[in-house]
Design a protein around this ligand. Structure first.
Ligand code: MRU
Length: 353
């Protein structure tokens, strides 16, 4: 482990000595343990099973999965290795459809590998490994920039509410929404976070509470159903969440329950902010209606720790994400600054299009 200067535990994801090492987020907070992936198929399984989760983190994990595939391959030529990597890329992208950072990171690595394809198989291996490591380093720097860009929005705010975990655990380190909170907390140690528990997988209760606790940032976990009354009566000055995909018009796909939080925030006059890297913005997705929403297993809703909590045979609907329309979003905080409506124009400018 190389250690992580931003949080008091090692990085969420890293590639060391031919092994992709992931902090096991399915086991937190009961156990702080690591998943050691020795082949790319294990990385793919870790993404599907939420051992690594959060849009930026799964992008970097998949990039390291490609590096693992390249290093483990005995392909003798660049062409042979590139053909193998194309298959691995498709399989990694298929693990989770909503978070665009996953496809984005895989496509960046594959494009750089192809560009180096004029050389030997070892040239391709080196390129893939270097590119994946660079994406990991950039993710950390990007999150710090998002944090600093957004901190100004929380000046004078002592109470903030968040949903899911868009923190160090969902990235290589520091986080997006929690990155903004971390940066704001530097200037205002009284800042207090209300964390929605985030049914059904409990990323808020398990992960946000874990990492804010480790960082000494005061946090109170609430049932998702308590968010509206907290917004009405607890002096909340801002709601801030991450994103899995932002459409070209500013519609935001994020963890299921985000839309309800945005509606309640607007109703109570509380600004609703989305913090995300530019890699979460998909200019090829015109609006939220065409974003594929991942459906997760019924057991996530119908069971708790392996015990049924619904009658046998009960129908379950378990979309992992929802779409918050752009008009409910007061600002999108990125590494290049704070974007405001009209988002179509602001996003195009930020992406240099
Ligand atoms: O299903 P998950 O836990 O991967 O969902 C994560 C989220 O919805 C996060 O809010 C999003 O990925 C942003 S993480 C910086």
């Amino acid at each position: 482990m190389t250690g992580n200067p931003t949080v008091p535990y090692p990085p969420t994801v890293e590639y060391v000595d031919g092994v992709v090492v992931l902090l096991d987020q399915a086991a937190l907070p009961e156990a702080e343990q690591y998943v050691r992936c020795e082949d790319w198929q294990r990385v793919a399984r870790a993404i599907s099973d939420l051992e690594v989760r959060g849009a930026p983190a799964i992008g970097v994990a998949a990039a390291f999965g490609l590096a693992l595939a390249a290093d483990g391959s005995d392909a003798g030529s660049a062409a042979e290795l590139l053909a193998e990597l194309a298959g691995v890329a498709d399989a990694l992208i298929a693990t989770r459809p909503t978070a665009v950072n996953l496809a984005w990171a895989v496509e960046v690595v594959v494009a750089e590998a192809q560009a180096s394809g004029g050389g030997s198989a070892d040239d391709v291996r080196r390129t893939v490994g270097n590119c994946a490591q660079r994406l990991a380093a950039e993710d950390l720097a990007t999150c710090r920039a998002i944090g600093d860009a957004g901190a100004g929005l929380l000046v004078g705010v002592d109470e903030v509410i968040t949903h899911c975990n868009a923190g160090a655990l969902a990235t290589v380190g520091y986080g997006t929404a929690l990155g903004v909170i971390r940066s704001a907390h530097r200037d205002n140690p009284d800042l207090h976070v209300w964390a929605d528990e985030t049914r059904p997988v409990l990323q808020g209760a398990r992960l946000t509470a874990f990492e804010l606790g480790r960082d000494g940032i005061a946090c109170t976990v609430i049932a998702d159903g308590a968010a509206a009354s907290v917004l009405r009566g607890a002096g909340v000055g801002a709601a801030i969440v991450g994103a899995d995909r932002i459409a070209a018009n500013g519609d935001v796909a994020n963890k299921i329950g985000t839309y309800g939080l945005a509606v309640a925030a607007r109703h109570h006059g509380v600004p609703f902010y989305v913090a995300a890297p530019l890699s979460t913005i998909d200019p090829d997705t015109p609006d939220g209606s065409v974003i594929e929403i991942e459906q997760r297993p019924a057991a996530e809703v119908a069971e708790y720790r392996g015990r049924a909590i619904t009658p046998v045979g009960t129908a379950v609907h378990n979309p992992a994400f929802d779409v918050t329309p752009a008009y409910l979003v007061d600002a999108i905080i990125t590494e290049v600054g704070v974007l405001r409506a009209p988002y179509g124009q602001a996003i195009a400018e930020a992406l240099g299009r």
